[in-house]
Write a protein that binds this ligand. Structure first.
Ligand SMILES: [Zn+2]
Length: 145
């Protein structure tokens, strides 16, 4: 599945790149829970899509986690994959990489990368409020696209 294609269609249809709003319009319920070392997870009990987010995360990480789980809901709808904090960015699992790529591409539009192409990933990380490893993943997927 072409991740960029999925994102372009979502933004065109729902006129937002906000993962909370998109989940809402797709009838995916969001729950904030005490999840310990897990950032969040997606599941589908009784065919009802649900995103669970660790209530202790910062606002930016809640948004990123929502986007990541939304990626699972759209790209891997029948798989339940806990999003472990320790594995967030170093994961070599194909589905995790796809969910992270979906999340950074949804949250950080191409225009932002293009307009700030002179900045280092560290500077972009500070500007946008996402971890540097996520910015690196985003820049990598920009170059590949
Ligand atoms: Zn995941």
């Amino acid at each position: 599945m072409d991740i960029q294609n999925v994102i372009s269609r979502l933004i065109k249809k729902y006129k937002t790149n906000d993962p909370f709003e998109i989940a809402d319009m797709l009838n995916i319920s969001i729950f904030y829970e005490e999840l310990g070392t897990i950032n969040g997870y997606y599941n589908k009990p009784l065919r009802m899509k649900q995103i669970h987010i660790n209530a202790a995360l910062s606002e930016n990480m809640k948004k990123f986690t929502c986007a990541h789980e939304l990626g699972h809901a759209l790209l891997h709808p029948d798989v339940s994959t806990p999003f472990l904090r320790s594995q967030t960015l170093l994961s070599v699992n194909k589905m995790e990489i796809e969910a992270n790529t979906f999340a950074v591409k949804l949250l950080i539009p191409d225009d932002i990368i293009r307009e700030n192409r002179d900045l280092t990933t560290q500077q972009l990380s500070r500007l946008l409020g996402y971890e540097q490893a996520l910015i690196e993943l985003r820049v990598k997927s920009y170059i590949q696209a």
